[in-house]
Ligand binder design. Structure first.
Ligand code: APR
Length: 250
């Protein structure tokens, strides 16, 4: 890992436009379960039962019980060293961070230029998209709701988690911002299994646009053979190592 970390440190130091894409692996060290890992959420639950608009229409209470359980767990989680390094790098001009994570740990770590393409578990929106609220999400960090499902403050109808479910499109502005961020010198994909689109396509877009592409993951992914540098390791170990090599070189 060290020669790769040294090479990566040199590349990040000279990059003018750095884009970082993150997935559940970046939050693993904070105690947030990934989706497809050994203890992954999708090992215990069927996404089609809980993370689709059809599932919500069928049984909103079941879906809300699951999201309430996840919020309660997340409330006890703190950003880890990987979040902190990414937050520090995001202060640089020309750096953009795209996350698939809905846990907002990047936000809590102080990350700037953050594009949350799958929304936030701490935001709700009106299930009916009522005239007053439309699709605009509102923030609600209630740990334990008095009753489920929570209600839209405008129409009193059911509220839903403002996350992007399977079968739903990303918000236009988020997708545009993410695609725009693939125009960069250096693209890092950290802690993502690279199987869910459109996020999994971004590294290929960046490569087509001439970026040097890097993957940091505990294991190989379907993109490992396509990137310029694949670093096998934990994000919470590799990123601080690279950051310390960068400061040593300054
Ligand atoms: N450091 C680096 N990588 C890690 C770590 C770690 N500490 N722990 C796990 N990983 C890697 C795993 O090897 C795996 O490749 O992170 C990846 C996590 O993959 P997923 O669980 O599939 O999560 P993600 O890629 O973010 O999923 C994408 O799918 O379920 C939907 O909407 C959900 O945003 C999510 C999307």
């Amino acid at each position: 890992m060290d020669s790769e970390a040294t090479a990566l440190a040199a590349r990040i130091a000279k990059a003018e436009r750095l884009t970082i894409l993150t997935g559940a692996g970046v939050s693993a060290a904070s105690g947030v379960p990934t989706f497809r890992g050994p203890e992954g959420l999708w090992r215990q639950y069927r996404p089609e039962d809980l993370a689709t608009p059809q599932a919500f229409a069928r049984d909103p209470l079941l879906v809300w019980e699951w999201y309430a359980w996840r919020r309660e767990r997340l409330a006890a989680c703190r950003p880890n060293r990987a979040h902190d390094v990414i937050a520090a790098w995001s202060q640089r001009s020309g750096c953009r961070v795209i996350t698939q994570n809905v846990d907002d740990l990047h936000l809590r770590a102080g990350t700037r230029s953050l594009i949350r393409i799958h929304g936030s578990i701490w935001e709700l929106s009106c299930w009916q998209s009522c005239a007053a609220q439309g699709g605009t999400p509102w923030r609600d960090e209630t740990i334990r709701f008095e009753s489920l499902p929570p209600r839209c403050p405008s129409c009193g109808g059911m509220a839903r988690p403002a996350v992007v479910w399977f079968g739903e499109s990303l918000r236009g502005e988020d997708l545009r911002a993410a695609l725009d961020a693939t125009s960069c010198d250096l693209f890092l994909a950290v802690g993502t299994s690279a199987v869910v689109y459109p996020a999994a396509g971004l590294v290929h877009d960046a490569r087509r646009r001439g970026a040097f592409t890097v993957e940091i993951n505990l294991e190989a992914t379907p993109s490992s053979g396509d990137v310029d540098l694949a670093v096998l390791g934990a994000a919470e170990d590799v990123l601080p190592r690279v950051a310390s090599l960068m400061s040593a070189a300054e």
